[in-house]
Design a binder for this molecule. Structure first.
Ligand code: 5GP
Ligand code: MN
Length: 326
């Protein structure tokens, strides 16, 4: 079954040409490394392709091979449209965001992803829900295609694995992940350099947001839910960007006794991005889905188009009910 899926995905790359490669809005390490990894494979196959994302490549990830070629999808009319689309790390079609304006009518999409909430929206779907990262699936696909790893590809695959496993610590760090990581190191990925760049280093904006966020840490009475909120003014005043908020949600989640940590990020006056992290007992993917989002059992998110105070009230009330039902 999996081999058959790999073969179909490989055929999609081999038998077509002129691709558009996209990932999700507000791209993370796995999204960008998966985008460039697909680009690398298409390059090796001698195909022409365009890589595109809604937003800019986070500065932390700008060392990745060819990531300077990822087109930032601007507002307005697309200059041309694509028939062959490859979407990586997108749990559902809406996660593709505005890059879909560049899809031709009747486009054919290869959906490559590891989110258990993925609803197989592609014409072809390469989905493995026990994969730690989309980059892990792409690593397998490149093997299936018979492509010899070089340092550029190894660095991209390793980046996706490292970031989506939280530095090879989360429960998704399977024996297969460590085996793959071992081969990637042998192929030239610079493990310690990548760990420093991706996990240790902090921008000043990030530290300023931790400072503000922690000063607002709040809990339910039983202290089983902890949360932090960040307003649009916070971002403006600290000069922090979206990528500077990564990791903030782990602070409440990491506290002894806390079952769910939540980060509420205000986006203008009527839009809130919610990140949820579970210590293991609460399925936050289900909670996120309830609010129109998705993700993994222990890490999920959603977007609500209501004011911040309402979002906090609704999400915390829902999670309280879930915890009480355990
Ligand atoms: P984060 O909280 O770091 O943004 O995302 C955690 C996980 O939830 C990621 O795997 C991400 O793909 C997923 N996720 C976050 N926001 C959304 C959303 O709005 N919709 C869906 N379907 N998944 C999301
Ligand atoms: Mn991922």
């Amino acid at each position: 079954m999996w081999e058959a899926q790999l073969a179909l995905a490989a055929a999609f790359l081999r038998e077509r040409d002129d691709f558009l490669v996209v990932s999700h809005v507000q791209p993370d390490g796995d999204a960008i490394s998966s985008t460039v990894a697909v680009g690398w494979m298409l390059d090796k196959l001698g195909k022409s392709y365009t890589m595109m994302n809604e937003g800019p490549v986070p500065s932390r990830l700008r060392f990745l091979w060819n990531c300077g070629s990822i087109v930032e999808c601007a507002e307005g009319e697309p200059t041309r449209k694509y028939r062959n689309v490859i979407a990586v790390d997108c749990a559902d079609f809406s996660r593709v965001g505005p890059t879909q304006q560049w899809f031709e009518e009747g486009f054919e999409l290869l959906n490559i992803d590891h989110h258990p909430t993925n609803d197989a929206y592609g014409k072809e779907n390469l989905l493995r829900f026990d994969a730690a990262a989309t980059a892990e699936i792409l690593y397998e696909l490149s093997g299936h295609l018979g492509l010899a790893l070089d340092a550029d590809a190894a660095t991209a695959f390793y980046t996706g694995l490292l970031t989506d496993t939280g530095g090879f610590r989360y429960a998704n760090t399977s024996p297969f992940v460590m085996e793959a990581a071992s081969r990637l190191l042998a192929a030239g990925a610079q493990g310690p350099v990548l760990a420093e760049q991706l996990l240790e280093r902090m921008s000043m904006g990030q530290m300023r947001m931790i400072q503000r966020g922690l000063s607002r840490l709040a809990f339910t009475d039983d202290q089983r839910i902890g949360w932090i909120w960040v307003t649009s003014e916070d971002l403006a005043e600290t000069g922090a960007t979206n990528e500077d908020l990564e990791g903030l949600v782990n602070y409440p989640r990491n506290i002894e006794g806390v079952e769910v940590g939540v980060l509420f990020k205000e986006n203008g006056t009527k839009s809130v991005k919610v990140s949820m992290r579970s210590a293991g007992r609460v399925n936050v993917a289900a909670a996120a889905q309830h609010f129109g989002g998705g993700g993994h059992v222990r890490a999920a998110g959603c977007r609500l188009t209501i004011p911040l105070a309402d979002a906090m009230e609704q999400v915390i009330a829902y999670l309280k009910k879930e915890l009480d039902a355990l």
